[in-house]
Design a protein around this ligand. Structure first.
Ligand code: FMN
Length: 521
């Protein structure tokens, strides 16, 4: 079982770290003539138009992002209308911007470099308004393309070792990345981006489903090759990342017809593609091979030594209890408004946000995620570290968020704008924002518990929380931007508290300034 040979995850992680020296030494340049298309296009498949009129749930965004997944009782079988709304709010086109070289179609969720390498697939039994099948969501014409006709859900039930939420789901949404679409710019680091960019999509998806009272549960434990064949992916250049069981109470699906590779034609993404073996190797090393391994993986992970509540609650320094707004006090902007208004802030004003605003973001983004890898909502693999530049009633400095106390612990006081700028790859955004929020995981524990798959899990969990921070910022009319970072320098900055932990995700929040220049870096 390759998954247990965890040097592979360390090799990938260490080999794709950014440092001042690695950035200087890297001679990679962007070959604009060979930029891949941000869409997967099947020229031979007819579009099946999705409903054009999408309604709003009206649920306040801050409530939607913090709700636990809806209970599965009574049964919840979404109709095509709700599926269309959820797909749009997760990965639909929300904005267009023209520039000299063409047009960028921005999507509902933030994505590194606006390269949009992740596709969503729908695997469903018969729904109101849609026949059973396996479909690809095509955001460019807001349509589905049918890869297979018939009910194939049992393939995913078996591939997930009988994961109960999948076994009772009327439909599932599978995310998959075509690596080259992101590696064109980010090279081998793109495998991290698979989970970052899927995390922001899933943050939106969970909130959109919760606002419609539809249960949604994320599964990471599945036989990779089986899910790849179902979606007609080769598992080398493109691969599945997660399955979301959507809805509940469906009778068991009949056994599916056999799954042969379809070898469907897709339009070439660019003139040529560069292979980054580190991506393929890390994906293979973290793949699970059969149903028995999945069941053992899931059970083992729950009982593992490393399973624990969010931080142990030991504190040594000054604590600042969160001052979060409750449901009666939060802004009433709906989840649909927050998602369609969201964009990454390109320039932050040096203005402060209030402690209540920051508290509300942290509180709402960390109330737990319903998954197959966390046993309960109180569990987490990541801890939040903050650099605060400008928050009313909070001294500037470095903090760690203590989950159990729902409080920020001051690690060191001071003005760290310059440090934050450096840690965020020398960019202005992290220096100018009001707060930088880093997600750090103890990778040793994650890998001991989940094998190499723990690397995927830790990255994804951080990115989902990061995606929720984005939404919580926009719901409060603030701005946010994901960022990349110098890995070891961040750990050192927050040490000794963070010693031994690895950075999984970074998001900056604050007030937007008027934009000077467009950028998609
Ligand atoms: C994980 C992550 C890391 C990002 N890193 C950077 C960054 O280092 N610098 C930057 O300017 N933007 C960064 N972005 C923002 C993306 O460029 C932005 O999401 C993309 O252009 C799409 O635009 P939108 O978020 O406005 O829809 C990042 C976004 C994500 C999700």
């Amino acid at each position: 079982m390759k998954n247990r040979e965890i040097e592979a995850a360390w090799d990938y992680h260490n080999g794709t770290k950014h440092s001042y020296e690695s950035i200087r030494a890297n001679r990679h340049y962007l070959d604009w003539e060979n930029q891949p298309m941000p869409f997967k296009v099947y020229p031979d498949l007819e579009p099946i138009a999705l409903p054009q009129h999408l309604s709003s749930s009206g649920m306040p965004a801050l409530q939607a992002i913090s709700l636990p997944s809806a209970p599965g009782d009574p049964p919840k079988i979404p109709a095509i209308q709700e599926v269309a709304e959820i797909l749009f709010l997760s990965a639909g086109i929300t904005r267009r911007r023209s520039y000299a070289g063409g047009e960028i179609l921005f999507r509902a969720a933030a994505c590194t470099g606006a390269l949009y390498h992740i596709d969503l697939y729908l695997v469903c039994g018969e729904l109101e308004g849609l026949e059973a099948g396996v479909y690809q969501f095509s955001p460019q014409d807001f349509a589905l393309r049918r890869l297979r006709a018939g009910d194939y859900r049992s393939v995913l039930v078996n591939a997930s070792g009988g994961e109960p939420s999948i076994a009772h789901a009327p439909c599932m949404i599978v995310s998959a990345s075509t690596f080259w679409r992101n590696a064109w710019k980010y090279q081998a680091r793109a495998y991290r981006h698979c989970y970052w960019d899927n995390g922001t999509i899933l943050a939106n998806l969970l909130a959109a489903a919760a606002a419609r009272d539809i249960p949604a549960r994320i599964a990471i434990g599945f036989v990779d090759t089986v899910v790849s064949s179902l979606l007609d992916l080769d598992g080398q250049r493109e691969a599945p990342l997660s399955i979301v069981a959507l809805g509940s109470g469906s009778p068991p699906a009949a056994s599916a017809p056999s799954v042969e590779f379809l070898k469907l034609e897709t339009m070439p993404l660019s003139k040529s593609a560069i292979d980054y073996p580190q991506i393929r190797e890390m994906h293979a090393a973290s793949s699970l091979e059969n149903e028995a391994e999945i069941v053992a993986w899931r059970e083992g992970a729950k009982k593992a030594e490393g399973a624990r509540l969010k931080d142990e609650g030991k504190t040594e320094n000054r604590l600042f209890p969160l001052q979060s707004l409750n449901d009666d006090e939060i802004p009433k902007d709906s989840i649909e408004d927050a998602i369609t208004r969201r964009g990454s802030t390109r320039e932050f004003a040096h203005e402060s946000v209030t402690f209540a605003e920051l508290s509300t973001m942290l509180d709402r983004a960390t109330r737990g995620i319903t998954t197959d890898f966390l046993d309960h909502l109180e569990e987490s693999l990541n801890e939040l570290y903050l650099i605060v530049h400008a928050v009313d009633d909070l001294p500037g400095g470095a903090y760690v968020f203590r989950h159990q106390q729902r409080a920020l612990e001051l690690l060191k006081e001071g003005d760290f704008r310059r440090d934050a700028g450096h840690l965020g790859l020398g960019q202005e955004i992290p220096a100018d924002a009001s707060v930088n929020i880093y997600f750090l995981a103890d990778l040793n524990r994650a890998l001991e518990r989940f094998g190499n798959r723990g690397y995927r899990v830790a990255q994804l969990e951080a990115a989902i929380m990061g995606g929720k921070i984005y939404l919580a910022a926009y719901a409060q009319r603030l701005g946010a931007s994901g960022l990349t970072f110098f890995d070891d320098d961040v750990t050192e900055f927050f040490s000794p508290d963070a010693a031994g932990k690895s950075v999984m995700f970074l998001v900056a929040v604050g007030k937007s300034a008027k934009r000077k220049k467009p950028s998609v870096s």
